[in-house]
Write a protein that binds this ligand. Structure first.
Ligand code: IPM
Ligand code: MN
Length: 355
């Protein structure tokens, strides 16, 4: 089994190194092959997603991804910015289904920004569509405004788009995920305002007829943002589009104490996938050895489970992570009085030891 390892920028290399140590400690015969991506790809080969990196990602059975982005690339033209690497991988490999679980580990209940009674036991799954929406919709650009009160002024524009088959395929993924959990699915949209969202909602209702065992409900995105902090445990599986999913998944992540804890999987229709922490490259703490590697380590566990068929090894990693938290080890993002502050490498080593 071949795993493409794409560390990227900022804290990416540090956290991926720990996940690689964990994979190597499993005693399996994986082939790990590393390639530059994001700002690192731009530095090495003049492009955030070099052809050789894309070719490796295509040839591999799974991809372990760190993070991309750094302020120093903000002035580059958009096509050369680090973020294009992850967007390009998602699009080229048709990774349309993004799973972002938000689980509150009981040891971290005090690290959440919400009261323990509101969040304890939180376990929700956000299923975010990843190949469409305003992220990729054409036309987009900057032009002279053709009409309206600001006609003639420079204006930026993007297009929100979803087709019925595109919504259907993510709907099936979400309904099937709900079947494996508590059979409750909340579809989030803005159908009181947007045509795209009305089509999304109608399609969800249509697909729901094939899943009579799943209870489908709908929520406007503004209300969903409010309910996520008011009564987060009222959700189980949430399905939504690319843009709303981007925002709500960061919000849900934070309820668990730290975005540094949350893994994600981005899958194609054959369950080939890219696995990355839900957080970004955090250039402000890059190289300091204090980043939390657990989201990336847990992403490696998701990779074993979803793409490589190694459920037992995935369980082993998740159990090891819980053990390390129970031992009281904490990186600064999840530290609280009475626990032991450790760095990235110590945290990774502790997980390896717990395995
Ligand atoms: C994420 C990130 C990306 C996104 C960026 C880096 C393009 O925020 O994975 O959530 O917006 O999808
Ligand atoms: Mn995001």
């Amino acid at each position: 089994m071949k795993i493409a390892v794409l560390p990227g920028d900022g804290i990416g290399p540090e956290i991926v190194a720990e996940a690689v140590n964990v994979l190597n400690a499993l005693g399996e015969s994986f082939t790990l092959e590393e390639a530059p991506v994001g700002g690192a790809g731009y530095e090495a080969q003049g492009h955030p997603l070099p052809d050789s990196t894309l070719a490796l990602a295509k040839a591999a059975d799974a991809i372990l991804f760190g993070a991309v982005g750094d302020w120093k690339y903000d002035s580059l033209e958009r096509a050369l910015r680090p973020e294009q690497a992850i967007l390009g991988l998602r699009k080229h490999l048709q990774l349309f289904a993004n799973f972002r679980p938000a689980i509150l580990y009981k040891e971290l209940a005090g690290a959440s920004s919400l009261k323990p009674e509101i969040v304890s036991g939180l376990d929700i799954l956000i299923v975010r569509e990843l190949n469409g929406d305003i992220y990729f919709g054409q036309p987009r650009g900057v032009r002279e405004a053709p009409d309206g009160p600001f006609a003639g002024a420079r204006e930026g524009f993007d297009t929100m788009r979803y087709s019925v088959p595109e919504v259907q395929r993510i709907a099936h993924v979400a309904f099937q995920a709900a079947q494996k959990r508590s059979r409750k699915l909340t579809s989030v949209d803005k159908s009181n305002v947007l045509e795209t969202s009305q089509l999304w909602r109608d399609t969800m209702i249509d697909v729901s007829k094939q899943y009579p065992d799943v209870e489908l409900s709908h929520m406007y995105v503004d209300n969903a943002a409010m309910q996520l902090v008011k009564a987060p445990k009222s959700f189980d599986v949430v399905v939504t589009g690319n843009m709303f999913g981007d925002i709500l998944s960061d919000q849900a992540a934070m309820l668990t104490g730290s975005i540094g804890m949350l893994p994600s999987a981005s899958l194609d229709k054959a369950n080939k996938g890219l696995y990355e922490p839900s957080h970004g490259s955090a250039p402000d703490i890059a190289g300091k050895g204090i980043a939390n590697p657990l989201a990336t380590i847990l992403s490696a566990a998701m990779m074993l489970r979803y793409s490589l068929g190694k459920t037992e090894q995935a369980d082993r990693i998740e159990t090891a992570v819980k053990k390390v938290l129970a031992q009281g080890l904490r990186t600064p993002d999840i530290w609280e009085a009475g626990t032991q502050k450790v760095g990235t490498r110590e945290m990774g080593a502790a997980v390896v030891a717990a395995l």
